[in-house]
Design a protein around this ligand. Structure first.
Ligand SMILES: Nc1nc2c(c(=O)[nH]1)N[C@H]1C(S)=C(S)[C@@H](COP(=O)(O)OP(=O)(O)OC[C@H]3O[C@@H](n4cnc5c(=O)[nH]c(N)nc54)[C@H](O)[C@@H]3O)O[C@H]1N2
Ligand SMILES: Nc1nc2c(c(=O)[nH]1)N[C@H]1C(S)=C(S)[C@@H](COP(=O)(O)OP(=O)(O)OC[C@H]3O[C@@H](n4cnc5c(=O)[nH]c(N)nc54)[C@H](O)[C@@H]3O)O[C@H]1N2
Ligand SMILES: [Mo]
Length: 765
């Protein structure tokens, strides 16, 4: 077992399109035949179809008329790895101490397979040993009751269903707290806060069918080929209609360049050319979107000024701006006064490039703006997001068909979790309804988000950590200090399908690992086979039924585990029949419907409707639930989103996902689209930066934190890879580089760790 696979390292220039035969081979390569469980093919056939099972990978929409194979390379990998034959049994733990396992790479932990039994850490032998579910719940109940609820963290990762998530939030509040950080806190929280402030909608205002109507797509900081490959079909259809696609990304990501549709026989046979996805590609400097957008907005406003002077056709949607927005004048003045030298320097783009993009924007009638972590994970991420909204508002591109912001969400139900109460913020929860339906007093004091949880863990003021899925220790910033502090936690509980690093630095007190069913597996309860549900990036809600044989007969479902913990901790409340809910998930859905009648009317009857049912979105019909009652223009506070000054020797580190990983889960060591094979320990650097340091491709360097806070954070042994990336920026992989991110380096208001512009310097010897 090693931390890295340097043996067959190969760095090439990948020139094939995304999709195509490469994706077929990619799929076969990371899932060796011997690991394939017997139900994989059957499960894949039913993936993302009505009455089928909803993919555990990304949150891209599911069309109401699905393709024959409505899955992608990476969705197939995620399913195959959930249904692996490999098992982590009590005998496995008998063979390996926890300290030994902690030395394994994330890849090796994932390869070990599915957890099979509830386990408790035994300090004397440094091993996990099997316990019964009763023992586990009794022990966890005692540990939690001994703790101050206000100091315990109840983390969740965005995969858990609406049913489980609702129970989780309800349990926390009945226990008197809402320390409910979730993966969204590290992801699209900037959207939840910023888009809400500016438009009243914390989520995309568009739906999947809007892509059939748009005539231009602007994309900022999202990697479609790897992270939402099914979206490539939508983009291809758009390109076939002649839609312009303008992409802003420091890296030339293959998915935004060309695509061969694996479901198109002519393209696959090479008889038809691959589709060119982006019609313009702008390699913005990391953190440079504010200025790139400012340049475009300046051109729009000045063109509009000229139109007014000459009586020509207006460029700004004047009607919309007057009727529906606030602070336009302030924003327009800011744009007029902006200096091109600043814009060019901060964006890293030429004026000509920005003019080219502006031309597309000014002629398009309906524009969709796609974005991902390249916008949200910066210190001034909120300002990037506001600029994106400003840009759309100028031409009335929100709240009508074929136009609007389209954040691409991460985990398959991360958006839905928020809908049903996973939040630390009281104002996002229907407190009165909870009170009335379940007869208890929900807490009003704000809970801890991810950053606050990290602060408390490090300070030793956190009394215990329970995680419903996910791998918090590995996904969070500041891995060094966090790991030390993680060992001092009074207790830990991990509800999980797989072994991961968070479980391998046990608490000072007790630690339990509770294995659960995956979404692709059959879930039989008292009233028969159960279904669960989730919400996608377009606010559509779907049912999902697992049909594969569970990895072990000792697994419990997530609702059963949450209920088990809740009953062990809380006094009885006749209004919350946990056991009955576990016996019949329709009852949980009824409770959700009663709590959120507008969004979930007839939930149980509608969840298998093809294409899912839409929970609605006021901003999509120009009802603005903002402070001012209108959509809001905002002047950015900075010209780039990094939040630290440029200085000699300081670089902006961009932490990225490879094509062979799902977040902290590493399926393989290849990043096919980026031409990197056999290693993840790389620093992708600009050719001129490499030369200026007297280095060459293949040399080894260390990266050090350059955060000016006196803390030493270092990652050694990184291979320099000459890469097409703007000067001053370095690309590398998450989670290996998370040790370099200070907890306090986060988006200001949303507290999303700023993983896309991390200040680092290079050590060469
Ligand atoms: N296969 C697979 N699918 C996944 C995941 C996975 O790990 N694997 N993760 C899921 C989750 S939880 C999430 S949140 C999503 C994440 O999906 P993405 O939002 O695509 O996130 P990243 O992979 O972090 O890549 C961000 C992109 O932004 C670019 N970028 C970085 N900095 C900047 C910048 O300053 N400006 C601009 N314009 N671009 C920038 C990077 O080059 C990269 O292409 O994917 C989901 N889907
Ligand atoms: N530097 C840097 N850091 C980042 C990011 C970045 O781009 N750069 N991205 C951030 C983002 S966007 C996110 S979303 C977070 C991700 O943070 P998390 O969501 O916490 O991490 P995952 O890697 O998705 O969690 C994987 C674990 O989930 C468990 N699991 C899988 N399926 C199930 C299931 O069905 N039920 C249960 N109970 N458990 C299951 C498995 O045990 C597996 O080990 O990381 C964040 N951290
Ligand atoms: Mo995410």
């Amino acid at each position: 077992m090693h931390d890295d696979h340097h043996e067959d390292v190969e760095i090439t220039n990948y020139t094939s399109p995304a999709g195509g035969w490469g994706s077929m081979k990619g799929m076969a390569k990371v899932v060796p035949k011997e690991s394939l469980g017997p139900d994989v093919l059957d499960t894949l056939r039913r993936q993302n179809k009505p009455e089928g099972f909803m993919c555990v990978s990304c949150a891209w929409g599911k069309p109401d008329k699905p393709h024959i194979a409505e899955f992608c390379e990476n969705g197939a990998k995620a399913t195959a790895w959930e249904l692996t034959r490999e098992r982590v049994t009590p005998a496995f733990f008998e063979r390996h101490t926890v300290s030994e396992l902690d030395g394994w790479a994330d890849y090796d932990l994932e390869q070990a397979g599915r957890l099979t039994h509830p386990m408790k850490y035994d300090r004397a032998t440094d091993k996990y040993v099997a316990v019964s579910w009763d023992e586990a719940f009794t022990g966890i109940g005692a540990a939690m009751k001994a703790a101050d609820p206000k100091k315990v963290v109840l983390y969740s990762s965005g995969r858990a269903s609406l049913e489980t998530s609702f129970m989780w939030g309800l349990f926390a509040r009945m226990w008197g707290q809402q320390n409910l950080p979730d993966s969204s806190n590290m992801c699209h929280e900037t959207t939840s806060v910023g888009l809400k402030n500016a438009t009243g909608s914390p989520v995309a205002t568009i739906q999947l069918h809007d892509y059939d109507k748009c005539d231009a797509i602007f994309c900022f900081g999202q990697n479609v080929g790897t992270n939402s490959p099914r979206m490539l079909h939508t983009l291809k259809e758009c390109r076939d209609r002649g839609v312009e696609i303008v992409t802003f990304n420091p890296l030339r990501e293959r998915g935004w360049e060309t695509f061969t549709d694996p479901q198109n026989p002519l393209q696959m046979a090479g008889l038809k050319k691959p589709t060119q996805i982006s019609t313009q590609y702008h390699q913005v400097r990391a953190g440079g979107d504010i200025s790139a957008l400012l340049g475009i907005c300046k051109l729009v406003i000045e063109a509009d000024d000229r139109a007014q002077e000459t009586g020509g056709e207006r460029i700004v949607d004047w009607h919309f701006v007057e009727q529906h927005t606030v602070r336009f004048d302030e924003f327009a003045t800011f744009c007029r006064n902006a200096d091109w030298d600043d814009i060019v320097r901060e964006s890293g783009l030429t004026r000509q490039a920005i003019e080219d993009a502006a031309r597309v924007y000014m002629t398009a009638k309906k524009v969709i703006c796609v974005y991902g972590m390249g916008i949200t994970q910066h210190r001034y991420g909120m300002d990037s997001l506001y600029m994106l909204v400003n840009f759309l508002l100028l031409r009335g591109n929100i709240g009508r068909e074929g136009a609007g912001p389209g954040p691409v969400r991460g985990h398959s139900n991360v958006q839905g979790q928020r809908t049903v109460g996973i939040t630390e913020k009281t104002e996002l929860v229907p407190v009165d309804r909870l009170k009335q339906l379940f007869e208890f007093d929900p807490p009003s004091e704000k809970g801890w988000d991810t950053v606050e949880s990290c602060r408390h863990i490090i300070a030793g003021t956190c009394d215990g950590f329970v995680q419903l899925g996910g791998n918090f220790l590995r996904a969070a910033p500041e891995y060094g200090k966090m790991k030390e502090a993680w060992a001092r936690l009074p207790f830990q509980v991990h509800i999980a399908t797989k072994l991961n690093k968070s479980q391998l630095t046990p608490a000072a007190g007790d630690t339990w690992v509770l294995p659960c069913l995956g979404r692709s597996e059959e879930d039989w309860q008292e009233t028969g086979r159960q279904a669960v549900s989730m919400e996608d990036s377009f606010s559509h809600i779907y049912g999902s039924v697992g049909k594969a044989t569970p990895a072990s007969r000792h697994l419990l479902s997530e609702p059963a585990i949450v209920a088990g913990i809740a009953m062990a901790v809380l006094p009885e409340n006749v209004n919350v029949p946990w056991t009955k809910w576990v016996g019949n998930y329709s009852l949980i859905r009824n409770a959700i419907e009663n709590c959120y009648p507008d969004k979930f009317a007839n939930f149980d009857e509608r969840m298998f409707q093809p294409g899912g049912f839409w929970k609605g979105n006021p901003a999509s019909h120009r009802k603005w639930e903002t402070e001012s009652g209108r959509a809001e223009f905002n002047v950015p506070r900075a010209l780039n989103s990094a939040g630290f000054a440029d200085k000699e020797g300081r670089y902006r580190l961009v932490t990225l996902r490879s094509n062979d990983q799902f977040n902290t889960t590493v399926y393989g060591y290849d990043d096919r689209f980026r031409g990197i094979r056999g290693t993840r320990q790389v620093a992708m650097m600009n050719k001129d930066d490499i030369a200026a340091l007297g280095l060459k491709d293949g040399d080894t360097i260390a990266l050090e934190s350059d955060a000016d806070d006196g803390v030493d954070r270092v990652v050694e042994g990184l291979r320099v890879v000459e890469y097409n990336i703007p000067a001053g920026c370095i690309g590398g992989y998450y989670p290996e580089l998370n040790i370099l991110i200070p907890v306090e380096h986060h988006a200001l208001e949303s507290h999303v760790p700023a993983g896309k512009t991390v200040p680092v310097r290079i050590r060469t010897a």
